[in-house]
Design a protein around this ligand. Structure first.
Ligand code: BEZ
Ligand code: FE
Length: 289
């Protein structure tokens, strides 16, 4: 039955237009989305110029995207949506290591490296040894677990951001845990860095008086047979912006001490010069597929 379109009936008019054959999950998502969207417009009494500004913003966000740049993901990141979806999808399982965002810089296949290799191909930063162990929730070690690792350099840039300065795959490695589930590699302490701000997302940050920085971190994707894949970070304790990550990705359990080591015997053991930093990351995987 045709009815006048009113503020009160608007959302129902839209959702009742969906065909009975609509996929049930799509119907559920769109019904909720339209309901919230209409409620938002009524709540703020959205004006036509404001809606046009929003459409122009989203249009420019789309135009900023290409094969190397995904401005919509960046928008989702700074609005907290990426972390919210991540957190819903990976609700904390008891003692399992928490997940966090993937980010846009996992773009090249990491080189397969031996345990102990140095992923810093340039030198110049503060040397750092990362050690750890991959275990299941009952603490059984997971030999053969794969660890895909990537990080920004000590200046806060990923290799792909500086193709003329850094060798491709600088700061990246694919490691296999040993028979005890243990892993170790050498690197430099990463720096905090700004997310790209030369697009609409940068405008949004300026308009809302926000900074663009992420605290220093190392990314991990860990996979082990019979366990759920884990996408996470190791955050450098005491890093700037640890309390105000612009993409809201810090979880306290992922903040790790990068302890200063001056003992020459320890340096010899790990094949680095003193002083160096040592960070240890125990990774607890959740059984499942
Ligand atoms: C990153 O950690 O690489 C990242 C995550 C979200 C937005 C930008 C960068
Ligand atoms: Fe990152």
């Amino acid at each position: 039955m045709a009815t006048d379109f009113t503020e009160e009936t608007a959302a129902d008019a839209v959702t009742e237009s969906f065909a009975p054959s609509t996929n049930p999950r799509l119907r559920e998502i769109l019904t909720s989305l339209v309901g919230h969207l209409h409620a938002f417009a009524r709540d703020v009494e959205l004006t036509i110029p404001e809606w046009e500004t929003a459409i122009d913003f989203l249009t420019r966000t789309g135009h900023k995207c290409d094969d190397d740049r995904q401005e919509f993901i960046l928008l989702s990141d700074v609005l907290g949506m990426s972390m919210l979806v991540e957190t819903i999808s990976n609700r904390k399982f008891g003692v399992a290591t928490e997940s966090t965002v993937l980010g846009p810089f996992h773009v090249v296949e990491s080189p397969v490296l031996e345990l102990g290799a140095n992923i810093d191909l340039v030198g110049g930063g503060t040397p750092c040894v990362v050690t750890g162990r991959v275990v299941s929730v009952d603490r059984t070690p997971l030999p053969g677990a794969k660890l895909d690792v990537w990080q920004a350099n000590d200046q806060g840039f990923y290799d792909v951001q500086q193709p003329d300065v850094q060798p491709r795959t600088n700061g990246r490695g694919l490691f296999t845990a040993d028979s005890n589930g243990e892993f170790w590699f050498r690197t430099v302490v990463p720096s905090p860095y700004p997310i790209p701000t030369d697009g609409p997302v940068g405008e949004l940050l300026i308009a809302t008086g926000r900074h663009a920085y992420r605290p220093a971190h190392i990314h991990f994707i860990v996979t082990a047979d019979g366990h759920r894949p884990l996408t996470t970070h190791m955050f450098v304790a005491g890093s700037d912006y640890i309390e105000s990550d612009t993409v809201f990705a810090v979880k306290k359990s992922l903040v790790v001490d990068f302890a200063k080591v001056t003992d020459p015997a320890a340096a010899a053991k790990w094949n680095v010069a003193v002083p160096f930093r040592h960070a240890h990351f125990e990774i607890v995987m959740q059984p499942g597929s």
